[in-house]
Design a protein around this ligand. Structure first.
Ligand SMILES: Cc1cc2nc3c(=O)[nH]c(=O)nc-3n(C[C@H](O)[C@H](O)[C@H](O)COP(=O)(O)OP(=O)(O)OC[C@H]3O[C@@H](n4cnc5c(N)ncnc54)[C@H](O)[C@@H]3O)c2cc1C
Length: 469
């Protein structure tokens, strides 16, 4: 007879794992979170987040139909319709539930997607600054509530294997303080945060040169959940996309230029070229998409954002932590010249090719045939600005990888499913280790926090309903 020690084990103590755990404990279940981090404020993307609760850059309190449409649009209809519905329906409630658990919110300006930001707000500084900020504080609240509800959070517990019996997941095997220990439960929620921290997997799925990507986050998601789930027959979605941003290439060596400023606004208004001085991506799709395409280059550290004074003074100042002027203040590299030819000489790009690329782009704008460029340049998401106002600028770029979008296939109850869509009994997944919602050819971004909390709630509530039934 299996010795069931608790109702639910959550693998990982980020927003996905702690939301599932706290909610399950609230519903009267006996819960344990196994977290590999050892520190009291262990590193994870959840703690480091800027705290913006949004759904595809929409207010999470918008109606489910508005949010459904937003997800469909940003993912170009890639997102699984059932999971889209789940996020669209749960998002507003996730915001409220987190508030009831102690999260504080602030609104910034009047733009819809910035109305629910975890407070205290992160200050407008370029480098990592998370301690005591909204995302960190709300995570601490979740842990406190879990303990008050007699749940447990075990630090230093690295989960390595799922324990299975007759096709059902009955627990996990973990390494705790150098010892292998088995933990049994009625169900397990996988919530390890993705596979961005696993260079072998990043190399296999995302970039031919994984070392050349900047880890734009905690890097603690190392693909254990995907590996364990695949080992017992779970399906996985397309694994080739990630959430991240275009960063200054200096981020590889200078911690003052990441996680901000993002070069997204510059890149999306202008052009990005490779070492041949040639465009390689549709900049109009925005920064997350461009970052993915930088990562797919054979040499992701060879790409450069090219723009002019109008872009630098306009989109360059648009973000809260804008590259103009924070890139310069933080010591990031920016080349400047009066002609494109001189700019090419300064950065070591072939001048003739770069001049031709800029001319072709400018002519395409003037003639309204951007779609005929190779690669085509879209304008639905971002307008293309002609590069005609000297001085011209070049910002060496790199891809900042925050979390991977592909992962474990789940159903609308967050149950892990096989390739044939049948659920694996006793196994759930939530947060950044799940797939099917974000990514796809358009690299649709839905929102890491909302995905983590919403799916955590869904998993806990489904388990509570079947555990009681
Ligand atoms: C700088 C930055 C800014 C961001 N800003 C925003 C934002 O404003 N809005 C937004 O929506 N999203 C934002 N995000 C993304 C968001 O933080 C994440 O998508 C989300 O928090 C993921 O939650 P999670 O619980 O799935 O994963 P994580 O927070 O990564 O937690 C996973 C946990 O699992 C643990 N773990 C891993 N493997 C194991 C194992 N084998 N055994 C036990 N434990 C394990 C890890 O140590 C970690 O603590 C940001 C991220 C960063 C880095």
């Amino acid at each position: 007879m299996t010795n069931i020690q608790c109702d639910l084990i959550c693998v990982g103590g980020g927003y996905a794992g702690l939301s599932a755990a706290s909610r399950a404990a609230q519903l009267g279940l006996k819960v344990m979170v196994l977290e590999k981090g050892e520190d009291s404020l262990y590193a994870c993307n959840s703690r480091y987040a800027g705290g913006v609760m949004h759904v595809s850059y929409h207010n999470p309190k918008d109606s489910a139909s508005v949010l459904t449409q937003a997800i469909r649009q940003i993912s170009n209809a890639y997102a699984d319709p059932h999971l889209t519905q789940v996020i669209a329906k749960q998002a507003g409630r996730a915001v409220d539930w987190l508030h009831s658990e102690g999260a504080q919110y602030a609104r910034v300006g009047s733009v819809g997607w910035r109305q629910w930001i975890l407070a205290p707000l992160r200050p407008a500084v370029t480098q990592m600054d998370w301690q005591g900020r909204g995302a960190d504080m709300a995570l601490r609240s979740l842990e406190k509530n879990l303990l008050q509800r007699e749940g447990r959070l075990v630090r230093g517990a690295m989960v390595k294997e799922l324990l299975m019996k007759e096709g059902a997941c009955i627990g996990v095997r973990a390494e705790v303080a150098g010892n292998t220990q088995d933990f049994y439960a009625k169900a397990v929620v996988l919530a390890d945060g993705g596979f961005q921290g696993n260079l072998e997997m990043v190399g296999r799925y995302i970039s031919p040169n994984a070392q050349a990507l900047k880890q734009r986050g905690a890097g603690t998601g190392c693909g254990d959940a995907v590996r364990m789930a695949m080992a017992i027959g779970a399906g996985v979605s397309a694994m080739d996309a990630f959430y991240g941003h275009v960063l200054s290439r200096d981020a590889m060596t200078n911690d003052r230029v990441w996680p901000y400023p993002q070069l997204d606004e510059l890149a999306a208004a202008a052009i990005v070229v490779n070492e041949e001085g040639v465009r390689f991506t549709d900049e109009g799709m925005g920064g997350v998409y461009i970052a993915n395409h930088i990562a797919r280059q054979n040499n992701p550290l060879s790409t450069v954002v090219i723009f002019d004074e109008a872009v630098w003074q306009g989109p360059g100042k648009a973000a809260a932590i804008a590259p103009n002027p924070s890139l310069i203040r933080a010591g990031g590299t920016l080349y400047k010249a009066q002609t494109v030819e001189d700019l090419a000489a300064k950065i070591g790009l072939p001048a003739e090719a770069l001049v031709r690329t800029v001319d072709d782009y400018n002519q395409a704008i003037a003639g309204a045939h951007l779609h005929e460029l190779t690669p085509a340049r879209s304008t639905t998401r971002r307008q293309a600005m002609a590069l005609v106002n000297a001085p011209y600028y070049a910002a060496p770029a790199c891809a900042g990888l925050t979390y991977t979008m592909g992962g474990i296939c789940i159903d609308e109850n967050a149950r892990v499913v096989r390739a044939d869509k049948t659920p694996i009994s006793g196994l759930y997944a939530a947060g950044a280790c799940t797939g099917g919602i974000e990514g796809g050819p358009a690299v649709g971004y839905v929102g890491g926090l909302i995905k983590a909390v919403s799916l955590g709630l869904v998993a806990a509530e489904h388990l509570a309903s079947v555990a009681v039934a």
